[in-house]
Design a protein around this ligand. Structure first.
Ligand SMILES: C[S@@+](CC[C@H](N)C(=O)[O-])C[C@H]1O[C@@H](n2cnc3c(N)ncnc32)[C@H](O)[C@@H]1O
Length: 407
């Protein structure tokens, strides 16, 4: 008999075993992915793995761009230095959702919908089964998905949204199409939502952080019959620390740490990447200047810096930031030297952070399995798949569930 590969063994494991496996792996490797080179000049792993540190710092710009955009190549490269990294592909493997809708949607229906959003909602549609219940679209935004489902399935859809303008434009579009879609202006974190869940199939596409976590709690509270959730922006929410649904987990994370799970460049445009790099270099430069002036290397968090400040020069940027951060600048500053040092530091950060980039999907799977297992524990039959390529959306994981029927 053929021996099963490590990866097929992983995909046949129960979600609960996978969660435990991911939890142990992340806890054991925390020193590799928790320290942020942006905040810590040389994480301790640099002295534990001097050859890897040297190899990363020596990467030229094309190699850096290659590894930053190709997760598989990055993992292969780093695996030659740290054996534990070889486990990541199997730990993060997920099956693709089977196709359930086979007819093609008429291309003219995409009119007015941004290209990538259209690809997301049509990919999602093709792997959804028409539910037996009316549909609730959770935090629907412009409600493109709800509209498509109402039209293709001739099914009643109610879209929950808190933004009045989005509701108004969504209702106009739905009426124009003649679909059975209505909107409810609801703050899903504060208002009562049970009437929209208890006899509905709820779909949440890219409901951020607390919005998808609240949905999971409400599904259980209301005994909702079935659901489809595509989570995103895990780090967004009210609490400083992340509280996992399962209390037996080893990892205790701050909400900020969850940013790693969504730290992606796959859908970023060239200009966005350039602006982000400049923003990073100048922040690092300011930090170095502040550390030298205050004689403290302790990292201070920044409030977001206005994008317009990047349009001037480094000196102006630091002057504005010093005023905001109440740092007194000396009369004479050698701005050129500080700016050079900022770019050197950014060069190192971009390379050293490649190691923690290897773990982003592991962390995301840990979050996903935490939700899946919790739902299973509350009598739902749950499945987890990917529904599209990561270039269409990196948040491409779909959690589906149906309430287990009583015997
Ligand atoms: C990331 S968008 C997703 C929109 C849509 N599902 C999609 O994928 O295009 C999240 C939406 O949630 C809405 N939202 C945020 N907080 C909310 C709340 N507390 N109650 C209801 N809607 C909320 C926002 O206005 C926004 O339209």
């Amino acid at each position: 008999m053929e021996k099963p590969s490590q990866s097929s063994k992983v995909s046949r494991m129960s979600y609960s075993s996978r969660l435990q496996q991911l939890d142990s792996f992340l806890a054991e490797t925390a020193s590799l992915w928790q320290p942020q080179p942006f905040k810590v000049r040389r994480p301790t792993w640099c002295s534990d793995h001097p050859e890897l540190t040297h190899a990363l710092l020596a990467l030229d710009a094309p190699s850096l761009a290659y590894f930053a955009s190709d997760q598989k190549a990055l993992i292969d490269f780093i695996s030659t230095h740290i054996a534990q990294i070889t486990l990541i592909p199997s730990l993060t493997e997920l099956p693709t959702a089977p196709s359930k809708q086979h007819h093609l949607i008429a291309p003219h229906q995409s009119s007015g919908i941004p290209g990538r959003k259209w690809q997301q909602i049509t990919s999602l549609y093709h792997c959804l089964e028409k539910p037996a219940f009316a549909i609730t679209e959770w935090c629907g935004g412009k409600a493109y998905l709800g509209q498509l489902l109402a039209r293709e399935w001739q099914q009643q859809v109610i879209t929950l949204e808190q933004n009045a303008q989005l509701i108004e434009s969504g209702q106009v579009a739905a009426d124009k199409q003649g679909v059975d879609q209505t909107f409810a202006m609801v703050d899903v974190l504060k208002d009562s939502v049970s009437q929209y869940l208890s006899h509905h199939h709820t779909i949440a596409l890219h409901a951020c952080g607390d919005l998808h976590r609240e949905l999971i709690k409400q599904i259980i509270r209301t005994n909702a019959p079935s659901f489809t959730i595509i989570p995103c922006c895990y780090h967004l929410g009210h609490h400083t620390n992340y509280t996992p649904f399962n209390c037996s987990l080893k990892l205790q994370l701050s909400r900020e740490t969850l940013r790693l799970a969504v730290n992606e460049t796959v859908t970023a445009h060239h200009n966005e990447v350039q602006n982000r790099n400049l923003d990073m270099a100048w922040k690092l430069g300011f930090q170095q200047l502040r550390a030298a002036l205050t004689k403290s290397s302790e990292y201070h968090a920044f409030k977001p810096v206005p994008k317009a400040w990047l349009k001037g020069d480094f000196k102006e940027y630091c002057e504005k930031l010093s005023e905001r951060e109440q740092l007194t600048l000396p009369e004479h500053v050698d701005w050129q030297t500080w700016e050079n040092s900022a770019h050197q530091r950014q060069h190192d950060v971009l390379r050293l952070q490649l190691l923690r980039q290897c773990f982003k999907r592991v962390l995301e799977l840990w979050l996903i399995m935490d939700m899946a297992v919790y739902l299973e524990q509350h009598d739902y039959i749950v499945s987890v798949h990917t529904f599209c390529k990561r270039t269409i959306t990196p948040r491409n994981i779909i959690i589906e569930g149906k309430r287990r029927l009583p015997f």
